[in-house]
Design a protein around this ligand. Structure first.
Ligand code: GLA
Length: 377
């Protein structure tokens, strides 16, 4: 990376490299902005940022993926607005750093990433967190503040009303463990996964239906409508995290709102059941919960799509697959699968062949290795 950096920007002293991982969410989908529970895993797929000072007081960024360089005078960063461009993640983080009162000096950044974009593996959180570390350049920030700052970049600058999961796990991830996050208290616990007997595999559908962003915003709004109605009868309910199925069922609601809320309430319960099953090493129960989660996303939250449903159906038909579900925001991206180690070869061959035959698409399949959270390399 240092060589690549000097090729783009010329020789520089004091180059530092920061890394932040992507994630795969095991269970707890669309529960984060409802202040519930999620169970993601930080991946070995990550974004790296090499950075060095720039004496001319500009912030430069070069993306290897895009082979593009952009720059802004540091003095203008406080007033920057979204450009609808990949640089928004970098500009958004710089903008938040300035607004947090942290002095920013001129820097040059080279960005390299192995997190596939649009695959539901949080390439955006990986770029946000690694950029923030590079801009802080070793200055201390509490890890939770770092995650929140990056979430604000996503919500306020990029304009996606996302929850805290992706940035949080990118900061707090740990090797060999999933991170159980309580999205209300913002505390977490590490959950060790049964080391023997199961591997986590992702299958990338290679589709991302355009609907994604507006549908996400619509789901956030529908959840707020549900909370509003439930809280009129049950004032103790201030988010879907607090609501029970009985409370939901005794509240008159349009059917679509009822289904959205039912997904969130049951999904929160599934996260806890899944953690219990993982601690008991009950792989078949873990697999069942994966499938229940998927069906709930399919019919109640309506965020799946034909390609993903096909991948899930095919996976669970393969001997040695405990469970499969879509992971991430929805409308495409990846499925996550719990696979018995001796079944991996068969799983990979069958899933790829079946998908190619049905949709004419070659689906990348890769093992998810729970990895450490962000830091300097
Ligand atoms: C996206 C968002 C997260 C979360 C998931 C769905 O990844 O960024 O905050 O809401 O979707 O679980």
């Amino acid at each position: 990376m240092i060589e690549a950096f000097e090729e783009i920007f010329g020789r520089a002293a004091g180059i530092r490299i920061f890394r932040a991982p992507g994630r795969v969410n095991l269970i707890g989908e669309h529960t984060d902005y409802n202040l519930g529970f999620v169970l993601p895993v930080a991946l070995d797929l990550a974004t790296w940022v090499a950075s060095a000072p720039s004496p001319d007081n500009h912030l430069y960024v070069h993306s290897e993926d895009r082979n593009e360089t952009w720059d802004w005078p540091v003095a203008e960063i406080a007033e920057l607005k979204r450009a609808g461009h990949w640089t928004d993640y970098v500009a958004g983080v710089a903008h938040q750093i300035v607004h947090a009162g942290i002095p920013l000096e001129g820097r040059k950044l080279l960005i390299r990433s192995t997190v596939p974009v649009g695959a539901g593996l949080s390439s955006s959180a990986a770029i946000e967190v690694s950029t923030a570390l590079a801009l802080l350049n070793g200055r201390h920030m509490e890890p939770l503040e770092l995650a929140k700052l990056c979430q604000r970049a996503e919500r306020e600058f990029v304009g996606v009303p996302s929850g805290i999961m992706d940035q949080y796990v990118s900061v707090f991830g740990r090797a060999n463990a999933a991170v159980l996050i309580d999205c209300r208290s913002l505390e977490h616990e590490y959950v060790e996964l049964p080391a023997a007997g199961v591997e986590i595999w992702a299958v990338n559908s290679m589709v991302k239906h355009a609907l994604g962003q507006s549908a996400y915003r619509e789901r956030v709004e529908q959840c707020a409508i549900a909370v509003d109605a439930i809280s009129r009868r049950f004032p103790e309910v201030t988010s879907l995290r607090d609501a029970t199925l009985q409370q939901l069922e005794s509240t008159p609601l349009p059917s679509v709102i009822l289904r959205r809320a039912r997904h969130v309430i049951t999904e929160n319960a599934r996260v806890k059941l899944f953690v219990g099953a993982a601690r008991r090493r009950d792989l078949s129960r873990m697999g069942e919960l994966f499938l229940e989660s998927h069906v709930s996303m399919q019919h109640d939250y309506e965020i799946s799509c034909e390609e993903i449903d096909f991948l899930v159906q095919s996976a669970i038909g393969i001997e040695g697959v405990y469970g499969a579900r879509m992971t991430g925001g929805g409308f495409g991206g990846c499925t996550v699968n719990l696979v018995r180690p001796d079944a991996v070869k068969r799983f990979r061959e069958q899933i790829v062949a079946g998908y190619r035959e049905r949709f004419g698409i070659q689906a990348p399949v890769f093992r998810c290795i729970p990895s450490a959270g962000a830091g300097e390399v």
